[in-house]
Design a protein around this ligand. Structure first.
Ligand SMILES: CN(C)c1nc(=O)c2c([nH]1)N([C@@H]1O[C@H](COP(=O)(O)OP(=O)(O)O)[C@@H](O)[C@H]1O)CN2C
Length: 177
């Protein structure tokens, strides 16, 4: 029998088609709920480092869309790991796989409930990995800090990455627009 995961997860792919809206460019690839099916999907698709710049992968709990506007994301935020260009060849794929395994393996102990998903952005200016949590308010700060600590240790980061609140990010975009 296959080994069931605690949650069902959905993998999304974002390709930057200028003729379409951002939301239209977010495409659902597939969902899985066993360890074996995770590896089938993961071994079948391109590595993050092989994606064209401007593309993303997102892995979110099924039912949560990989966007700020989703009910479950709208009050949340993300731990944001920004890589420099040379880390694409040396660490991007290893970091992304490590984060995926933390997610499906519920590595955040009793704060795994606060996890929505994770995003990897492949960008010319430097790749990014975001771990999205459900609520950025002070009421969830110990969960956020604990998740950040586990991510920092899992990736062996020397410095603690920043945690960004989505509505600030969304506001920044609207101001920029
Ligand atoms: C529903 N909706 C429109 C919407 N909902 C969203 O949730 C959402 C967006 N739009 N995003 C748009 O992508 C641009 C690049 O962000 P980037 O994170 O790819 O990073 P770069 O600037 O390409 O490095 C953002 O500036 C924003 O325009 C980003 N984003 C998460």
């Amino acid at each position: 029998i296959k080994h069931p995961l605690h949650n069902k997860w959905t993998l999304w792919y974002f390709e930057n088609d200028k003729n379409k809206g951002w939301e239209e460019n977010q495409r659902e690839i597939t969902s899985f709920s066993t360890v074996e099916d995770f590896w089938c999907v993961f071994n079948h698709i391109k590595q993050a480092s092989d994606l064209r710049v401007g593309c993303d992968y997102s892995l979110f709990k099924s039912g949560i869309r990989p966007m700020w506007e989703d009910e479950t994301n709208k009050n949340g935020g993300r731990w944001l790991i920004s890589l420099d260009r040379k880390q694409r060849s040396s660490e991007l794929n290893a970091f992304w796989l490590e984060i995926l395994l933390c997610l499906i393996g519920e590595a955040f102990d009793d704060y795994s409930e606060d996890i929505c998903g994770a995003v990897v952005n492949v960008r010319a200016k430097g790749d990014k990995i975001g771990i999205w949590t459900v609520d950025a308010s002070r009421s969830k700060s110990d969960g956020i800090l604990s998740i950040g600590e586990i991510v920092k240790n899992a990736l062996g980061l020397k410095v603690t990455p920043p945690y960004e609140v989505h509505n600030a990010s969304a506001a920044r975009v609207s101001i920029k627009l």
